[in-house]
Design a protein around this ligand. Structure first.
Ligand code: BGC
Length: 259
């Protein structure tokens, strides 16, 4: 009997990669390279991505200085990118509220110093490329959601980030971090890095699980993703509709800001 050749298995890309047809064009065309920056309370991280969201270089990072001034952030990014390949456009995830590239709040960097700072324009001048700046949890979410139903993303790091998507569309940015969670404490008071250090991992995890149930009541999410630098510290059993995502999503989502 003639041996029939098994049809070749279709190669699947890792889930976070954009399908070829959806590669984000925008400025720079189909081969556009995006410099993606994740500004955090502890580190500023960056890499360059191709149009499908593949990192073309290992992430580079520097510690976020204490009492960071907006101009210092711009020069720090300018220095950081000298180690990276060339790029056509820039995406920034920023830990606070941003409107049209202008910072409104920066709870863990200093709203007093950052409020009203046009970060997008300052970076365009420094880097000579078009720049988009959005909330860090929104950017993170863009990398991980599957596009079905109500998907919620929370990030556990210095601060507490959140974003919500309906059928893949980003919803309005809610600053849940600073809303009441339990007793007279906000989500960030109980789930941020300061709380983890103060209360210890065990009690912090208990509060994370409580917060997930509280957010379930609030949004009726179909799936919730947990990202951010501290997500890897969760070893408790999570509900089936909750999953941990890699912290690199904070960078990878950058390419989708140009979708
Ligand atoms: C900010 C959010 C941010 C989160 C994570 C919070 O303090 O209010 O906007 O997404 O920290 O960085």
């Amino acid at each position: 009997m003639p041996r029939t050749k098994k049809p070749a298995k279709k190669k699947r890309s890792p889930a976070h990669l954009l399908p070829r047809a959806r590669a984000v064009r925008g400025v720079g065309g189909a081969r556009a390279k995006t410099l993606a920056i994740d500004v955090g309370g502890s580190h500023v991280k960056a890499s360059v991505l191709d149009a499908r969201g593949r990192m073309l270089h290992d992430r580079v990072r520097v510690d976020t200085p204490k009492r960071l001034a907006p101009r210092k952030l711009v020069s720090l990014i300018g220095e950081l990118v000298t180690a990276l390949p060339r790029f056509d456009r820039v995406s920034v995830g920023f830990p606070g509220v941003v409107r049209n590239g202008v910072v409104r709040t920066a709870p863990n960097l200093g709203t007093d110093r950052f409020h009203g700072f046009n970060l997008a324009r300052a970076l365009e001048r420094r880097l000579g490329k078009p720049v988009r700046v959005e909330n860090d949890a929104d950017v993170q979410g863009l990398a991980v959601v599957k596009g079905k139903g109500v998907e919620m993303v929370i990030t556990l790091g210095t601060g507490f980030g959140s974003s919500i998507f309906v059928d893949g569309h980003l919803g309005p940015h809610l600053e849940l971090a600073h809303h009441a969670f339990r007793k007279d404490k906000t989500y960030e008071d109980e789930l941020g890095e300061a709380a983890r250090e103060r209360d210890g991992n065990e009690s912090w995890q208990k509060h994370v699980l409580e917060a997930i149930e509280s957010l379930r009541n609030l949004t009726n999410f179909d799936h919730l993703y947990v990202g951010g630098g501290n997500a890897r510290l969760l070893d408790a059993k999570l509900p089936r509709d909750v999953s941990i995502v890699s912290n690199t999503a904070g960078i990878i989502g950058g390419v989708r800001l140009w979708a």
